[in-house]
Design a protein around this ligand. Sequence first.
Ligand code: AQP
Length: 338
Amino acid sequence: MAEEVKKRVFSGVQPTGKVTLGNYLGAIRNWKPLQDNYDCLFCVVDLHSLTVSQVPAELRKNTLDLTALYIACGIDPDKSILFIQSHVHEHAELAWILDTVAYVGELNRMTQFKDKSRRHADNINMGLMNYPVLMASDILLYQAEYIPVGKDQVQHVELTRDIAERFNARYSETFVVPQCLLNKAGSSIKSLQDPSAKMSKSDVNDNAIVTLSDEPDVIRRKLRRAVTDSDSDAHCVRHSADKPGVSNLLNIYSLCSGESVAEAERRFEGKGYGVFKDAVADSIIAVLEPIQAEQKRLLADKGYLEAVLKSGAEKASRIAQKTLTKVYRKVGLVPQIR
Ligand code: AQP
C-alpha cells in the first residue's frame, strides 16, 4: 500500500528576547498536537531578529534558550524537524528571488512594518521592510500547507499566498499556496498594561508582559498590576467588548486552566478583581512551572541540543535545496556543473 503523504506545517518564533505568554498561547502551544498528523518543521527564525538591534551575545543565548523551549513545550525532534533558520542558507537565497516578485507598495502597507518603523524610528532598515519576504521564503521553501500563527502574522501569511500565486502564474506551478492555522481563543493575547495592544516580546514595559521564564512571585505581581476596567460594572468579572482588560485576563485564565470563559465568569461572580487576578496568576504558573523545569534541564545538556539542531538542519536542508534548485531552473538561472 502506498505510504500516506502528510501535509506540511511550518512555523517559527524570533529569538528577539524573552518569549511571552502571547507567543506561547497564540503559537507554540498549538504546535505539539500537530506533530502526529502533519509533517512539521519548527524553526528558530534568527535572521528575522536582525531586523531590530540585537546584542550579538544575547541573540546567541536567546536562540539556544528558544530551541530548548520548543522541546520543553512538547516539540519532539524525532517527530518534527527543529532547526535554526540561519543554518539553512536557502532561506536567504530564496528570499532574494521572491524580492523580485514582491512589490514595494505591498510591503509598505504591512501593519507590522508600519508599527515597528514607529517603534524603531532610528533604525528603519531594509530588513524591516523585507521581513515578510523572508517569511514567505521560510514557508514556500518547504512547500508548507498550514502555518499556525497568532493574529498579528495573518497579514504576512496572506502576502506569502499572493507572492506564491504570482510566482506560479509567472513561472508555472512551483509553490504550494499556504494557509493560516489560527487558534481563535489564543490568537491575540493583549498587553497587561494596555489591552488595546498585543502582548509583545519587545515591549519596553516589563509589567505589560508575562514571559515564559518569569518566576511565580513575578507573575503574581504582574497580574495584580494588570489594567482592569473602570466602568460602572467595576469588579464584575465578565467577558465583553467594553471590558477589554478583564476579557483578556479571562481568555488567559480559560486557556491556562481549561475552563470555558462562561464557567470562569460563574466561578468569579461577586468575588472581585483581586481574587480573580490571583487565580489567573495561579493558572499561568501551573502551566509554566513544568515547562521552565524542562527547559532548564535541556539547557544543561548542550550536547543533546547541538545534536538536535545538527540533525534538524540536515533534514531541512534536503527539502530546501530541492525547492531552490527548482526555483532557479524556473526563473532561468544556469545550473552549476558539479
Ligand atoms: N500577543 C500575541 N498573542 C498571540 N500570538 C502572538 N504571537 C506574537 N504575539 C502574540 C505569535 O507568536 C509567534 C511568534 O512571533 P514572532 O516572534 O515571530 O514575532 P511577533 O509576531 O512580532 O511577536 P512579538 O512577541 O511581538 O515579537 P517582537 O516583539 O520581537 O516583534 C507568531 O505566530 C505570532 O503570531
